[in-house]
Design a protein around this ligand. Structure first.
Ligand SMILES: NC(=O)c1ccc[n+]([C@@H]2O[C@H](COP(=O)([O-])OP(=O)(O)OC[C@H]3O[C@@H](n4cnc5c(N)ncnc54)[C@H](OP(=O)(O)O)[C@@H]3O)[C@@H](O)[C@H]2O)c1
Length: 354
């Protein structure tokens, strides 16, 4: 079966297709045929060596929709033919994060989903929402669950609150949709006036062009009558963190999620303390959080925003597009349509425990 490997750190040209054996399936595992995989900024950071080092070669990608093609003999949770979404943090089922729950992630250090066939624990997958097509469903695991958790898990978002999202990538557009669904106001920051138009059409309450208004925290204060936002989802890091704190109301919260600008944050601690702003970080996601996101998508009939999809053989171009920062929403790689793909071959009876 075909897999896309990172063999050395580098640009999209460092990716190579390889032929790997069909993964074996243990008694508690599923063999999945991946239909679509969605890219995250983390995949690009890992490929270019900006996210620590992992054992190579490594199959990248953490988000996918897949069809169950075989089940281990002990599996009752899913049956052959079902459409599932692997969880990207497979050892974290419920409860708070701890060292063992978040250590293993798909797409680094574990091999990821940019492959025709993968095997995962049956506990580390959720049912795909029936109303979403394959491209849409593939996008939920990373950016979607992160946004849900930052808003409704740790974020405590309530109807009538105001949340600020930075940029128009995966996490921020999921947050825009989910916050509007929950009755909150959303201020979208973007480097592009054209992307802001699209965000407003999606339901954003206000848009702020950060090229024209680099000190955007003042604009957030103006738009909230001087009070500040209840919650800021900071995906930029760097100097933006100080602005995020200044844009947050007294007693509000900044979710520190990413570092698109810089992995070192510059902040005025006195300002943060004086305003009693809670700074919260997160890494990885539990299956419980994923199931809560799926329920929200089903209840709201929500559809993720897809920027563009690429054929599997053009996956390097998909990474180049991600790296350009030009996307509005998610980038998807199509791996196999329903009924397509190489047959997985006979189940490994030794591992299946029969
Ligand atoms: N902590 C977690 O668990 C977690 C989970 C998911 C993601 N993240 C992190 O959150 C960040 C965003 O991830 P994502 O997957 O949503 O990214 P993405 O889809 O690639 O979106 C990035 C968006 O940010 C804006 N942007 C502003 N400055 C940028 C810059 N210097 N380079 C690239 N884009 C820039 C762009 O929007 P405009 O053009 O509109 O400005 C761009 O579309 C990443 O740092 C990622 O690692 C963390």
């Amino acid at each position: 079966m075909k897999a896309l490997e990172m063999q050395v750190a580098g640009g999209p040209e460092a990716l190579r297709f390889s032929n790997r054996p069909t993964p074996s399936v243990a008694a508690d595992e599923l063999l999945l045929r991946v239909r679509c995989a969605a890219l995250n900024y983390r995949d690009w950071d890992i490929l270019r060596g900006a996210y620590g080092s992992f054992q190579l070669p490594l199959v990248l990608g953490s988000d996918a929709v897949a069809e169950v093609v075989q089940v281990g003999h002990g599996v009752t949770r899913f049956a052959v033919g079902e459409r599932v979404l692997p969880t990207d943090t497979p050892d974290w089922i419920t409860g708070p994060p701890d060292e063992t729950r978040i250590a293993r992630r798909l797409g680094g250090p574990l091999d990821g989903v940019l492959a025709e066939l993968i095997s995962v624990s049956a506990e580390a997958a959720v049912r795909a929402p029936a109303h979403l097509g394959d491209e849409e469903a593939s996008t939920l695991a990373g950016a979607g669950v992160t946004a849900w958790q930052a808003l409704y898990g740790s974020g405590g978002l309530e109807p009538g609150h105001t949340v600020v999202v930075q940029g128009t990538g995966g996490v921020s557009l999921f947050a825009l949709q989910l916050a509007r669904f929950g009755g909150a106001n959303v201020i979208v920051l973007s480097r592009s006036a054209q992307k802001l138009e699209r965000a407003l059409a999606l339901g954003a309450t206000f848009g702020v062009d950060t090229r024209r208004t680099p000190e955007w925290q003042h604009e957030v204060l103006r738009l909230t009558n001087g009070r500040g936002a209840d919650l800021v989802l900071d995906v930029l890091g760097g100097t933006a963190v100080a602005r995020s704190i200044a844009a947050t109301r007294v007693g509000g919260r900044v979710a520190l999620l990413g570092f698109l600008e810089d992995g070192t944050a510059v902040l005025d601690l006195k300002q943060a303390i004086r305003r009693s702003v809670t700074l919260a970080t997160s890494s990885g996601r539990s299956r419980d959080m994923f199931e809560a996101l799926v329920r929200a998508f089903e209840a709201g009939g929500l559809h993720p925003v897809i920027d563009r999809s690429f054929a599997f053989q053009d996956a390097a171009a998909a990474f180049a597009h991600l790296a350009s920062g030009a996307a509005f929403g998610k980038i998807v790689v199509r791996i196999a349509g329903p009924g397509e793909g190489t047959p997985p071959g006979p189940i490994d009876s030794r591992l299946a425990g029969s």
